[in-house]
Ligand binder design. Structure first.
Ligand code: GLN
Length: 274
């Protein structure tokens, strides 16, 4: 049994060749305790270890469970985060959102940050690790917060996590300089790719057709929790920038900035309250 044969288990299930090679590498690194260097150098793998990798590849091919759930971790901005089906798998696009927030935080010397819908805690943790800020992460899901806390501990970051449906459990005396959120933004009824069906529905879907329910709520109520001149930074779903812009404008926010992702999709929006 060769590594090539294992790759072909994935490609025959419709996974693209380059992705399949990447995933087999991830399986080997994780289950055989192999470094990327060992793979490049062609360090031999014994049969037993290869068999584990083959079984995992077969499971992936059959079920299409995301590779990150199979190995239990996902890479995000320089660190690995524990992930289970209780939390969304961090996406590359989200790195653009966090980069933009980091720029705003550093340029304006901001101190207090709120991450709404923290999930695995990847955003909250990254901001804490890269800036001198106080970070609070909230999520409606207790199970997600358990994972977020584990991630924060393992990265020696210090984030305060609160179980809260949006702002419901936050005291109005608590004010922030920046609110960041990658909220659920997929309109209800949208057909999902097979892999995405493993992810928590509450992290993905909005209950209405525009996909903009959470942006609207956060923009409206966020004003009560932002210091004067405070910022909101969102990750956007496809075709959602125009509607979100109108919510910002009608609620008195200015300095609206939109950033595209590598596919040319409006992916990040930020604005400032006066
Ligand atoms: N904040 C997490 C992330 O960006 C989870 C987002 C979510 O569950 N919608 O990956």
């Amino acid at each position: 049994m060769s590594i090539q044969e294992i790759v072909s288990i994935l490609t025959s299930a419709g996974i693209e060749q380059r992705e399949a090679v990447q995933e087999v590498k991830m399986l080997i690194e994780h289950f055989c305790n192999y470094g990327a260097k060992d793979i490049i150098m062609g360090k031999p793998l014994d049969y037993e270890k290869l068999k584990i990798v083959k079984n995992k590849a077969e499971h992936r091919a059959k079920t299409r469970e995301p590779i990150q759930y199979i190995i239990g971790k996902a890479y995000f901005m320089g660190n690995y985060y524990k992930v289970t089906p209780d939390v969304l798998i961090p996406r590359d696009e989200t790195e653009i959102v966090v980069d933009h927030a980091l720029d705003i935080i550093k340029d304006n010397n901001l101190k207090n940050v709120l991450d709404i819908g923290t999930g695995s805690g990847c955003i909250a943790c990254t901001i804490k690790l890269k800036t001198n800020t106080n970070v609070v992460g909230i999520d409606i899901s207790k199970n997600a917060l358990k994972i977020a806390k584990e991630n924060t501990l393992s990265h020696h970051a210090q984030v305060d996590y609160i179980q809260s449906d949006l702002f419901s459990n936050l005291s109005k005396d608590t004010k922030f300089d920046l609110i960041i959120s990658n909220p659920p933004y997929i309109p209800i009824g949208t057909e999902l790719q097979r892999e995405v069906q493993f992810e928590p529905k509450t992290a993905l879907f909005t209950s209405e057709k525009t996909g903009c329910e959470f942006y609207k709520k956060i923009i409206e109520h966020g004003k009560d929790y932002l210091n004067d001149g405070g910022y909101i930074v969102f990750e956007l779903g496809i075709n959602e920038s125009e509607l979100v812009k109108t919510y910002f404008k009608s609620n008195g926010y200015t300095q609206i900035t939109v950033i595209k992702d590598l596919a040319g999709i409006d992916r990040v929006i930020s604005a400032q309250i006066q």
